[in-house]
Design a binder for this molecule. Structure first.
Ligand code: SF4
Length: 287
């Protein structure tokens, strides 16, 4: 696609990680768009996790001839924007989890799963609302940085890979992307990439990419750990219930076997008595 000056559209693609970049880049290139990837993720905690995700993205992008630009890594700015919102939510609601749904994992590296974060704020409980507010602040910070960089470097539009994950708040991503782009005077290119999540999961596994098991921030790390523990406990309870059910079956079978043995023993005893009586009679009749 060309922009108004007849030049090819310059697209900056905000990327959260390598696995979530696979499908958006493939699809954009298929449409003739050559994106530049912008890694702006001050949310990621701790710093070595941030570096590991970036290294994974860079290693893959290098093989693709894809340009990757690193934004500022500023955890203090993230704490100021989103961390304090998360702290308030944590103080009020504790660790905000979504129950032991076995299909759930977190972030771009997670297993295939249906969306867990609906986009209808009115339906959500207060804890979910608080979590949504934290994530909104997190998206806002990252998109504002990306949009400002895009505008300063002559890009026409900004997209994001965040919408690959069904664990994110897709509608909020769109709102915040559009808001940041309007502020920076560029076009928002919002794509709902969720239909590509399964394929991204498959390809990232096939490529042996590092796949994180939490979204990125310190809260999501804690939430994902609690959810994993809940899933483990649910699986253990399921196994125990199965064992209990089988134990009842085994006990019933054993009872039936014991009844058959008792029946057989009673029959054998009766036959022995008959044989003894016969022998006694023959003994009496002997001359
Ligand atoms: S869960 Fe993810 S999107 Fe939400 S605040 Fe944490 S890092 Fe940001």
């Amino acid at each position: 696609m060309d922009n108004v000056s007849g030049k090819p559209t310059k697209t900056l693609l905000h990327a959260c990680c390598g696995p979530c970049s696979l499908e958006p880049v493939r699809v954009l290139r298929g449409e003739g768009v050559e994106p530049v990837v912008f890694y702006a993720n001050s949310n990621i905690h701790p710093a070595d996790e941030y570096a590991r995700r970036l290294a994974t993205l860079r290693a893959w992008a290098e093989g693709q001839g894809l340009e990757v630009v690193e934004g500022a890594y500023d955890p203090a700015a993230w704490e100021d924007a989103a961390g304090r919102v998360g702290d308030a939510a944590r103080a009020r609601f504790g660790v905000i989890t979504h129950g032991p749904d076995p299909a759930l994992a977190s972030g771009g590296g997670g297993a295939a799963a249906p969306a867990r974060n609906d986009d209808a704020p009115g339906d959500a409980d207060p804890a979910e609302e608080a979590r949504r507010a934290r994530c909104r602040a997190c998206y806002r910070l990252r998109f504002e940085e990306a949009a400002a960089w895009a505008a300063a470097h002559g890009f026409d539009e900004l997209g994001t890979t965040l919408s690959v994950s069904p664990y994110q708040y897709t509608a909020v991503i769109r709102e915040e992307l559009e808001r940041a782009c309007a502020q920076a005077g560029i076009r928002a290119r919002f794509d709902d990439w969720r239909p590509f999540y399964d394929e991204a999961t498959r390809r990232s596994r096939e490529e042996g990419m590092y796949r994180q098991n939490y979204c990125g921030c310190r809260f999501s790390d804690e939430e994902a750990a609690v959810e994993r523990a809940e899933r483990r406990a649910a699986r253990a309870a399921e196994r125990a219930a199965e064992r209990a059910a089988h134990a009842e079956e085994r006990a019933a079978e054993e009872e039936a076997r014991a009844a058959r043995r008792a029946e057989r023993a009673a029959y054998d005893a009766k036959r022995a008595r008959q044989r003894a009586a016969l022998r006694a009679l023959r003994g009496q009749g002997r001359p």
